[in-house]
Design a protein around this ligand. Structure first.
Ligand code: 5GP
Ligand code: ZN
Length: 139
């Protein structure tokens, strides 16, 4: 897609600090990193949400995440990483091309876990069985 910044990065028409590339995925440093080594991994296929990607690209994306997480941690001396997708605008996604954030984490970085990302959690539901059923019916 012409107007997509991450498609343009994948095509090489916009420069990036690329750290890895294969036939179906690419990884490059985030231009506005939350920590040293903050990396974005994208499929070479335009889709805004993970659940709209063809399964082959989703699988390949996971392979690249797996391949890069260890080297990223080691390169920047991190003992942990937060690995996350903002999957849709309500989740804070700003660039509408699927991307996974790998964010190196440090004991003193002041950050929290993914449990901190929702400020107004839904009240606890007594009806977990119905939620399970609703999801199962859609798989
Ligand atoms: P989102 O909120 O969509 O999950 O995050 C988008 C990320 O893309 C942000 O962390 C932002 O810094 C990064 N980003 C946006 N534009 C560019 C760009 O042109 N180059 C690179 N390397 N990163 C970008
Ligand atoms: Zn795109």
């Amino acid at each position: 897609m012409e107007s997509c910044i991450f498609c343009a990065i994948a095509e090489g028409s916009i420069p990036s600090h690329s750290i890895y590339e294969n036939e179906t995925t690419m990884a490059f440093l985030d231009i506005n990193p939350l920590s040293t080594g903050h990396t974005l991994i994208i499929p070479k296929y335009h889709s805004s949400k993970l659940n709209q990607l063809p399964i082959s690209f989703a699988t390949s994306l996971m392979n690249t995440i797996y391949t890069l997480t260890g080297p990223i941690e080691e390169a920047v001396g991190a003992t942990a990483t937060t690995i996350a997708f903002n999957n849709g605008s309500a989740a804070g996604q700003e660039v509408p091309h699927v991307h996974c954030h790998i964010i190196p984490r440090f004991e003193q970085d002041g950050g929290k876990s993914v449990h901190s990302i929702v400020e107004n959690p839904s009240p606890p539901s007594a009806d977990l069985s119905n939620i399970v059923l609703s999801i199962k019916n859609l798989i």
